[in-house]
Design a protein around this ligand. Sequence first.
Ligand SMILES: Cc1cc2nc3c(=O)[nH]c(=O)nc-3n(C[C@H](O)[C@H](O)[C@H](O)COP(=O)(O)OP(=O)(O)OC[C@H]3O[C@@H](n4cnc5c(N)ncnc54)[C@H](O)[C@@H]3O)c2cc1C
Length: 292
Amino acid sequence: MKPPVFEYMAPRTVEETVRVLGAAETAGGAVPLAGGQSLMPLLNRRRVRPSLLVDLNRVADLDTLIVGERTVRIGALTRLRTLEAHGPLRTALPVLHDTVRLVAHPQVRSRATLGGSLCHADPAAELPTLALALGARLRLASAGGARTETADEFFAAGGTSRLPGELLTEVEFPVPEGFRFHFEEIPRHAHGGFPLVGVCVGVRRDAAGTVTHARIAAAGAADHPLRLTEAERALTGRQLGAPDGVARDVLDAATAQASPPSDLHGSGAFRTALLRTALRRAVTTLNGQETA
Ligand SMILES: Cc1cc2nc3c(=O)[nH]c(=O)nc-3n(C[C@H](O)[C@H](O)[C@H](O)COP(=O)(O)OP(=O)(O)OC[C@H]3O[C@@H](n4cnc5c(N)ncnc54)[C@H](O)[C@@H]3O)c2cc1C
């Protein structure tokens, strides 16, 4: 199918972008276009019918990457391929580098953007899950000003907290001191598509190897990217390498919080079983790494 008829604008600054987004939202619907890897299929299937398409690709201020000591700040228009190829980012936040490489294929990653992935917020997507586990902060701009949301606030059930007329401009990832993170996924195909289930686990351990802090989030485990706070609590205060592997109550806590969907790729019960497997694998991998 062909997309519906729409107006097209390609602003060059953030200020101009939020002005046209705000004006058109009230006049019947403006949609930002980033890499187009999700939006173009939606337009072609007429699942989205904007009056105005606002192309972000000429807004240079959205294509930024600053690696600091405590935080990494990434502009919303930064391509996944850029994240994958950035040496200092890989050193500062290896789990971001490793997780980006799990997303789609190189062709898709050369167009898709961080902001597009977070705003599309597919429940099975890797980067929203990573943003939850890392405790990312999202900067949103509109004609009325700017505000910051935590990833926990942004990924509300069934969508995001982004308001009409708002533009995601930047994502700030803390560089968590003393933490080790690992993203484990069980893909639908050998590689390159959305996972059936994915889990990102981060732990900080003391000198004796006891977990003092845990961060866990899952993809494909609900109708939105899901932070597994109960499993975090269950993992805290434990050794990762219990004689019988990952403690059953950690897995039980994760599955109690999850409500995976059933679709043609697998039932909810199947995904629940896969969530336990992915979580067990992630914790086992972290256990094989030295404490920081
Ligand atoms: C073959 C294929 C395989 C894929 N496999 C995976 C996979 O394995 N894992 C995965 O996570 N994803 C996968 N994807 C999806 C792909 O990663 C997403 O399409 C991409 O993340 C969306 O980013 P984009 O820049 O293309 O956004 P777009 O498609 O341009 O936009 C997506 C949505 O976000 C909005 N938006 C974009 N930028 C902003 C902004 N700055 N502020 C406000 N709103 C904004 C748009 O209006 C739109 O609603 C796959 C896609 C394809 C085509």
